[in-house]
Design a protein around this ligand. Structure first.
Ligand SMILES: Nc1ncnc2c1ncn2[C@@H]1O[C@H](COP(=O)(O)OP(=O)(O)OP(=O)(O)O)[C@@H](O)[C@H]1O
Ligand SMILES: [Mg+2]
Length: 411
């Protein structure tokens, strides 16, 4: 599912120019600076921002010439295209190690669409955030390429290759076997740990802002890693409760208060996490235009089958019904409901969510999925990466109504 508009903040866009050719250190993030500019009273006391942290680590990223990435992908050959999202195409490629010695490294190379300033901004945010973070549940950025030529700008990102595609592909793609219940829980546990690190484990609080099944990539052991940091933002600092931004994200995953007000804090990720918990429980997309009207919006539909109700079992993904203990499923639904509290303050922290998922995993221990005859995934077998990952039911990018209370004009 693609993101909705990030072309929103005209006031900001008109005032700022895209950075020229790629500086070794990308220019100071608009995120941190704008937060400080718009609320400057406590800016002196602000902790270091993401761009400060990036400066310390930038040398760990490789800067690739475009020619090297052309070679790596056989000139971006269509047969090496493994995915396509709202911001560009992703190719499988092979690069030489930095020191020129050893075996070639398989990588994923994302080439951003040429959509000018916003594309650059997205790329820039991704370089900065992924250049700073370091966690087993976050995808590794190996390097980047940035060229401003006569034929326009080229922005590329080079990531470690994730051989088992995305959680979205496994939950909704027809070609892949159904994921077992415990694998789904383990994936959500790892994803929660990645988000907890962003929210609670860094010097800077990071709001991911685009948590969804397609951004949870799976390694050879089905361990999850979050990808796509183009929409990530620094969280509020000091005694501020939120950052004001233009509204970006993906339909079906965005927290309602954020869509209405543009006010951003970490609890918008918690909301999106709750949506994905219901996706793994039901095997249904958060938004599915191909279903009957009353079933298109997952959150509306599941409300008819409350976690403590008699009919709850009816929403469980059919392939899971013989392998997932009802108690554990109810626990996950209750956890999802808490993430989906209307008031962000009532939503749990990621640490609390981790605890909740661990309990559900414990409740599921001792269950023998093999006995149920359900479709198991051999976790040691990577799936062949053939063809382009592109869901037939993806919605095209749209623009949401502008936030009404975006007084700061910060995007
Ligand atoms: N590091 C990677 N390793 C392997 N495959 C990847 C990697 N990054 C992306 N992909 C593949 O490319 C697909 C598209 O990714 P991309 O992030 O561009 O789009 P998306 O997540 O579907 O949508 P959006 O643009 O809203 O993020 C992914 O679903 C995945 O299958
Ligand atoms: Mg993505």
């Amino acid at each position: 599912m693609k993101c909705f508009g990030f072309f929103k903040d005209n006031s900001k866009t008109n005032k700022e120019k895209a950075a020229p050719s790629p500086p070794k250190t990308p220019p100071r993030s608009t995120t941190s600076s704008s937060n400080q500019v718009s609320k400057s009273s406590s800016s002196l006391a602000s902790p270091r921002g993401i761009s400060d942290l990036y400066k310390e680590k930038e040398n760990s990223l490789r800067v690739f010439p475009l020619s090297e990435l052309r070679t790596a992908t056989n000139n971006f050959h269509r047969l090496l295209k493994i995915g396509e999202g709202g911001f560009g195409s992703v190719y499988k490629g092979s690069i030489q190690p930095a020191n020129g010695q050893g075996d070639p490294i398989i990588v994923a190379i994302k080439r951003l669409n040429k959509n000018g300033y916003q594309g650059h901004k997205q790329w820039h945010a991704e370089v900065q955030f992924l250049g700073v973070v370091n966690h087993p549940n976050l995808v590794k950025l190996l390097g980047y390429c940035s060229v401003d030529g006569e034929r326009g700008i080229q922005r590329l990102l080079v990531y470690e290759f994730m051989p088992n595609k995305s959680l979205e592909d496994h939950l909704f793609g027809k070609a892949l076997p159904s994921l077992p219940w415990k694998t789904r829980l383990q994936i959500m546990l790892g994803a929660a740990q990645g988000l907890a690190y962003l929210h609670e484990g860094l010097e800077v609080q990071v709001i991911y802002r685009d948590f969804k099944a397609s951004n949870v990539l799976l390694d050879e052991d089905f361990k999850p890693k979050l990808s796509d940091f183009g929409l990530a933002r620094e969280g509020p600092t000091g005694d501020r409760t939120h950052v004001s931004t233009a509204v970006v994200g993906t339909y079906g995953y965005a927290a309602p208060e954020y869509v209405e007000s543009g006010r951003l804090n970490v609890k918008i990720d918690t909301w999106s996490f709750g949506v994905v918990l219901y996706e793994i429980l039901t095997g249904r997309r958060s938004l599915d235009r191909n279903r009957p009207a009353e079933e298109q919006k997952l959150l509306d539909w599941v409300k008819k089958y409350p976690a403590d109700g008699k009919r709850f079992g009816m929403i469980i993904d059919p392939p899971l019904r013989n392998q997932c203990p009802l108690d554990a499923a109810r626990k996950i639904a209750r956890l999802a409901d808490s993430c989906l509290n209307k008031n962000p303050k009532d939503r749990p922290t990621m640490s609390q969510i981790i605890e909740g998922i661990r309990e559900a995993i414990e409740d599921s221990e001792g269950q023998n999925p093999e006995a149920s005859g359900s479709n198991l995934v051999d976790s040691n077998r990577p799936f062949n990466q053939t063809g382009v990952t592109r869901s037939p039911r993806r919605v095209t990018a749209h623009q949401l109504p502008r936030p009404t209370a975006n007084v700061n004009g910060v995007s």
